[in-house]
Write a protein that binds this ligand. Structure first.
Ligand code: XIL
Length: 385
């Protein structure tokens, strides 16, 4: 099923990309390539996979995306538009296109930037992102239609009736999703909807005015606007086991039980050397979510290192990245593994994440675009003899 869905969407992406004058920074191999030598299954680190379980129709070479393709896993990154548009950032674009095959906009598809005023939509930056991805045969995770943290002032700073706000949500979702219909592989429809303290729905204008049904409606509006897109609930706290993971699981179980069109769950995976997810917990969480019939994406991984950065800490970081990918590769429900920015030159942790503590160096590449031990650990995991 995983292969079929990817293949269908891959063909769509390829057909769509034919519409654009091919001006790729670096032409990535198309999604299906001549048969390549298969990895010997059953290596010590990875659970044995019957030979026919490995996808033989993958790009050749040892890029992360080519290697992961053989496990039917997409590997990607959040994208900072500065890296796409800054002429000096050719290296950013070259690595992005050569190593990854699925991308998420870090900022410009969120509510506030794309819908800054009630009657104004601004698609300039999101179009740049989508066109770049399509021109380079990359799948797209849209992010995020409803997220309490990026609601614009015109939503938060006025009184709404329930009917009015439902109409605002319908207009937003149908306009944004409709603009990119058949071009987005998966949407994060609702992001971070569970409250860390109460484990109920996080307070927001949506919860306050519409009530719990806002989640149902968001998924229904998104499905109406693009029936082909996979629709995800995305959050942190569901990666391992525990009370917030239970709350996310129960939310999704309820949605699925009422035939709300949610297809998948995004596990953000923002972790640190001091606080990360034990692989066996990640596996258990993925499996129980899969039992609900959900696809699982690891959507925003980064592994922050407390200063000072040392070779030992970089090795620990590499192991944490590797353990997470190893679980994803070996769990059929896990279809995508994305980092929240691949380079420390453009990374949110430089300014907003952990602002009051000295955490840094969270990525696969450093600020000079040099691959770190974490990059090589992922590559070597997938190149097991
Ligand atoms: C972050 C961006 O990286 C920052 O640039 C922005 O200032 C705030 O949002 N979880 C999410 C992402 O789902 O959308 C957030 O991205 C990081 C946490």
């Amino acid at each position: 099923m995983k292969k079929l869905r990817l293949a269908i969407f891959g063909v769509l992406v390829l057909l769509m990309s034919c519409r654009f004058p091919p001006t790729p920074v670096t032409q990535t191999p198309s999604l299906s390539q001549p048969t390549v030598a298969m990895i010997t299954p059953g290596s010590a680190e990875l659970p044995a996979r019957p030979p026919d379980a490995l996808n033989a129709n993958c790009p050749s070479g040892d890029s992360l995306s080519a290697l992961a393709c053989r496990y039917d896993v997409l590997i990607g990154s959040a994208v900072d538009n500065t890296g796409l548009t800054n002429k000096a950032d050719e290296k950013y674009r070259q690595i992005l296109v050569s190593q990854f095959n699925i991308v998420t906009p870090e900022y410009y598809m969120k509510f506030a930037p794309i819908h800054p005023e009630p009657d104004l939509y601004d698609f300039k930056q999101s179009d740049i992102f989508v066109n770049f991805a399509e021109q380079n045969n990359m799948l797209i995770r849209g992010h995020a239609l409803i997220w309490y943290a990026e609601d614009p002032d015109w939503i938060n700073n006025r009184h709404w009736t329930r009917e009015q706000l439902i109409e605002v949500m319908r207009d937003h979702i149908s306009t944004v999703v409709g603009r990119y219909k058949n071009r987005i592989y998966a949407w994060d429809v609702v992001n971070e909807g569970i409250d860390d303290e109460t484990l109920g729905l996080r307070p927001s204008k949506w919860t306050e005015v519409i009530g719990p049904e806002y989640i149902d409606l968001a998924f229904q509006f998104a499905h109406e606007a693009d029936p082909n897109a996979l629709l995800f609930y995305n959050d942190y706290g569901g990666e391992g086991l525990g009370e917030k993971s239970d709350a996310i699981y129960n939310l999704l179980k309820d949605l699925r039980s009422r035939d709300i069109p949610v297809d998948g769950v995004g596990l953000q995976m923002h972790v640190t050397l001091d606080d990360y997810i034990p692989p066996d917990e990640l596996r258990a969480s993925i499996r129980r979510l899969a039992d609900l019939g959900l696809v699982v994406h690891i959507t925003e991984m980064d592994v922050a290192i407390p200063e000072p950065v040392t070779p030992k800490k970089l090795k620990q970081q590499a192991q944490i990245y590797r353990d997470a990918l190893e679980v994803c590769l070996s769990e059929p429900a896990c279809e995508a593994f994305l980092v929240w920015g691949f380079t420390e030159k453009h990374h949110w942790l430089n300014d907003v994440y952990h602002p009051d503590t000295n955490y840094e160096a969270a990525c696969l590449y450093d600020e000079s675009y040099q691959p770190k031990p974490a990059f090589f650990s992922l590559q070597q995991l997938m190149m097991q003899p």
